[in-house]
Design a protein around this ligand. Sequence first.
Ligand SMILES: C[S@@+](CC[C@H](N)C(=O)[O-])C[C@H]1O[C@@H](n2cnc3c(N)ncnc32)[C@H](O)[C@@H]1O
Ligand code: SF4
Length: 392
Amino acid sequence: MRPGTLRLPVLPPLSLYVHLPWCLRKCPYCDFNSHEFRAGGEAGELPEQRYIDALVADLETSLPLVWGRPVHSIFIGGGTPSLFSPQAIDRLLGDIRARLPLTPDCEITLEANPGTFEKDRFKAFRTAGVTRLSVGVQSFNDAHLSALGRVHDRAQALAAVEEAAQAFDTFNLDLMYALPGQTLAELDEDIHTALALGPPHISIYHLTIEPNTVFAKYPPAVPEDDLAYAMLDRLTELTGVAGLQRYEVSAFARPGHRCWHNLNYWQFGDYLGIGAGAHSKLSFAHRAVRQVRYREPLGYVDRALAGQAVTQDDEVARADLPFEFMLNALRLKEGFALQDFTARTGLPVTAIQAALEAAEGKGLIQRDFTHVRPTERGFDFLSDLQALFLPT
Ligand SMILES: C[S@@+](CC[C@H](N)C(=O)[O-])C[C@H]1O[C@@H](n2cnc3c(N)ncnc32)[C@H](O)[C@@H]1O
Ligand code: SF4
């Protein structure tokens, strides 16, 4: 290992992210690395085996970077991972287990869309070793689902969540709010419908118009900021009454059902990301690196099979670490322990002393000798708060 400028007393917990990049149809708001699968649109025609061969080659090339470190969580994200057959997911998890030491309680999440044939596979995903399903519902309103270009409708969303509840001990619903034309009453209806299904975890995202998407080119009429804030207040209130705690800006969970994998990101843990376009952040005793894999799926396959999936490999500059840490940790309601800042970045607390004082002066954080937490105001003005930690 090359020397570096950091001093990490211990390495953070390690997670594995696996990207499966195909979808039936590209949604007009989506800027994830997801690609419409055109060759007939049949899931059976996905190049499943070849893609998994590439993932395994990618993992094997990466093993020297994580030798001996236990993996606490795996997240199979996309794209639409539920387009892959349960047999393919079973093979993938078997191949991972053969190469990485998973902890006995390793959380294994798979993202699923609520289409009919996907729903029929949920139990088989559980049997393959998936422990947690994340269902991309987005809305239960047919008009909004159609405006979002989704391939499923309300009935399919309800059926998929009911099936997830039967097949899994823990699962998540992804919802979005501030949808084109959405009223507060319609948001209420969506949240009530979601909560009536008893989900242990919900992620609710403000619909963002991302550059280079169809919505950026043809912007729909979305609710004004004031209405969007009112929606956020309302959904926080309703989820709270139903016993789900807002533990992160967009994540709400019942006790014992927080997402370990995402918590590890927010606590500035390490993650190895394999698959097309996947990102990694890995720590070593004296440095931390970020990697990005080749983005286009079939190009990724060829490169990964040749042992060359990585297209960017950069050491994280010491000066950037405080801001990078805060981009994650300040998203958490409980904030962070000062000793974890030191453990994860290898920097002394004095590196952020001036920024902490400024944030406290503006009422954006509360702190004591051991912990720092964002205030309500800090949560509302999160980017302003995080910007205080940018390198000067
Ligand atoms: C990577 S997507 C994959 C999940 C799955 N393919 C789906 O769409 O249901 C993860 C989640 O990000 C959220 N998301 C995607 N694009 C978004 C956008 N432009 N604004 C807000 N949330 C978005 C959606 O809630 C989605 O479920
Ligand atoms: S299904 Fe999910 S990943 Fe695929 S295009 Fe739509 S939002 Fe993006």
